[in-house]
Design a protein around this ligand. Structure first.
Ligand SMILES: [Zn+2]
Length: 356
């Protein structure tokens, strides 16, 4: 394993950001003569989302053991903390890792959507802002890997994946290996998420180049922001390891082949985001994982405390499963209360890009 340090120039003289990259070199050739699948893993692109960081911390000893035993077949690149800019952002004492304060841009938007999976097509960011330099470098590090995993988390939620429809159901083995609860399928990305930038270029190249049968690109939502926990990290690390074995990156004959995926699979258009009708304090009736019937009360907003008409109730527009909810209980009118994965298409589906 080799460790190197990436350096991203800041927006002023004397300021720069660093993050480590760990590389494991695969050496075994498949019997066909083709190289084994390679993998790229990154965590904390949204810099405060740490379940993936501790999962990678727990995964590294498994990778080092595999390397010591000569079982790493495909190259593996690991970036445990992908966003040193966001990691350093504190605003009035609160960490702000989702948006770049200098540009107000979401760190998981604005990645270049290349016409083909070719790093020479990446834009020159010499005169761009530091967050754009970081995004371009992360994409450059990941391009060319067959497996690209971007580890995030939600507010409060189940463990779930976003997967481009072109990779499903081929990626069912990955979802099973990771042991996630749900998979959300999406179609198009015009906003430039990291996942979108990792898969969309392959839609433009011939099938024998794109190799969708062996390609993996996913945004992994490791539950909620507070689910930074040793036992969960260990279980998630084992899930990542199982995926790498299932896809032939690591050899481990002791590991059984993953079974079929039995969790929820739904298109993005089935998700109801449930905007709050009023601002106030949220009293939830449901939590992630709950199955709800159409018309069930999801939450009550206390907008005028102590007054007879001071409460507004919110009901399920259709039957489904609660995927996520907010971790804070203060809400403004129009902000999303939760994600309900409906059994059918949502009446107010916000079509398009994944919501991470
Ligand atoms: Zn995120």
């Amino acid at each position: 394993m080799q460790k190197s340090i990436e350096r991203i120039a800041g927006d002023s003289e004397g300021a720069f950001y660093e993050f480590p990259v760990f590389r494991f070199e695969g050496f075994r050739l498949e019997s066909s003569g083709k190289s084994a699948s390679s993998a790229y893993l990154q965590a904390a692109l949204h810099a405060g989302e740490l379940p993936g960081v501790v999962a990678i911390d727990a995964l590294m000893p498994l990778l080092e053991k595999a390397e010591a035993e000569g079982r790493i077949k495909g190259n593996i690149t690991v970036v445990p903390q992908a966003n040193p800019i966001g990691r350093a952002q504190y605003h009035f004492g609160e960490h702000q890792g989702r948006f770049h304060l200098g540009t107000r841009t979401n760190f998981n938007r604005g990645f270049p959507l290349l016409a083909a999976p070719d790093a020479t097509l990446l834009p020159d960011t010499t005169l761009a802002t530091a967050d754009q330099r970081l995004k371009t470098r992360l994409l450059q590090l990941s391009i060319g890997h067959d497996i690209v995993l971007d580890l995030h988390c939600d507010d409060e939620g189940l463990a779930y994946l976003y997967v481009h429809a072109s990779l499903w159901p081929d990626m069912a083995d990955c979802a099973a290996a990771m042991g996630v609860d749900a998979v959300i399928l999406w179609d198009e990305d015009t906003d430039g998420t990291f996942e979108g930038a990792s898969i969309m270029p392959y839609l433009n190249v011939p099938a024998d180049v794109a190799r969708f049968d062996r390609r993996v690109a996913t945004t992994v939502e490791y539950r909620g922001i507070l689910d930074v926990d040793g036992a969960l990290a260990g279980a998630d690390a084992e899930g990542l390891y199982r995926l790498l074995v299932a896809r032939g990156v690591i050899l481990d004959q002791a590991l059984p082949t993953p079974g079929g995926f039995t969790g929820i699979v739904a298109p993005l258009e089935n998700i109801d985001m449930m905007p709050a009708p009023r601002a106030g304090a949220v009293l939830y009736d449901v939590k992630p994982g709950d199955r709800v019937a159409k018309g069930a009360r999801l939450a009550t907003i206390v907008h005028a405390p102590g007054e007879a008409s001071g409460r507004t109730e919110v009901f399920a527009p259709q039957a489904g499963i609660i995927l996520t909810r907010r971790s804070r209980r203060i809400i403004r009118a129009g902000e999303d209360l939760l994600k309900l994965v409906g059994d059918r298409k949502s009446a107010d589906a916000r079509s398009g890009t994944l919501e991470d």
